[in-house]
Write a protein that binds this ligand. Sequence first.
Ligand code: SAM
Length: 268
Amino acid sequence: MVTAVGISKQWPVKFRLMWAALRTGYAIPRTFLPDVYSDDALICFNNDAFRDDPAFRRAYARGVQSIGGEDFYHWEWRFHIGLWAAISASKLDGDFVECGVSHGFLSSAIMQHLDWDRLGKCFYLLDTFGGMDPRFVTDAEEDEGALAKSQAALDFGIYANSVESVRKNFAEWKNVRIVAGTVPETLDQVESKSVAYLHIDMNCSPPEVAALRFFWPRLTPGAFVLLDDYGQRGRDQQRLGMDAVARELGVPICTLPTGQGLLMKPAV
Ligand SMILES: C[S@@+](CC[C@H](N)C(=O)[O-])C[C@H]1O[C@@H](n2cnc3c(N)ncnc32)[C@H](O)[C@@H]1O
């Protein structure tokens, strides 16, 4: 079993070489323009001062701790959006839910940042902790190799492959429910009647669409829904699925340059 310790050291040589090439690609713009943000499919000239905020750094470090202490994500801007949504949602009534947790990078960082147990909310964390379930990927996603990528992510430790290691990551908090199993089958284990923050990040469309449909009536007015992959190239199935639900619900999805999608439950 791959554990969250020294994950990248356990990667096959070919994958490590590909990774090094990718990292070099991101480093090149920074060589010529030191202030540019260049990471995680985003090259941006705007101000990224949030990265210097000590509280942000502490939260990001807590996320990195969840994956064994080495940052192979490099997703600070995406993380910043997630943290912003969580901080904003913490002022609303309702619990927090994440569908697609893996090691808990973003969710444990949010809990650390918000001093979670003092908030009086519950954080529900739903994942198979075993990758995608073949019953819940579209034919197109299967044809594009989604299941093989999910298996590789498990083999390389990028996805958590045991719920026990994830439980350890969250052991410092009381107000957390880890729900192991396949979305949508586990959705009704979320007992909360009101949800202020929903993060959907399962990398395949059917369970993501089901999660949005399930939670929409439970979202508190002003609640935030963050779709991790909505605007990423090559994730058309997820985007089209979410667009169809959003049309039915009569709400627009904002595509962020980080590749995320952002939705808010209207206040009226
Ligand atoms: C990209 S990872 C989530 C990353 C996480 N949000 C973070 O902050 O690091 C995607 C996760 O979705 C899970 N997953 C995929 N299909 C699922 C399904 N139908 N039900 C539950 N979890 C699923 C995988 O096991 C994997 O852990």
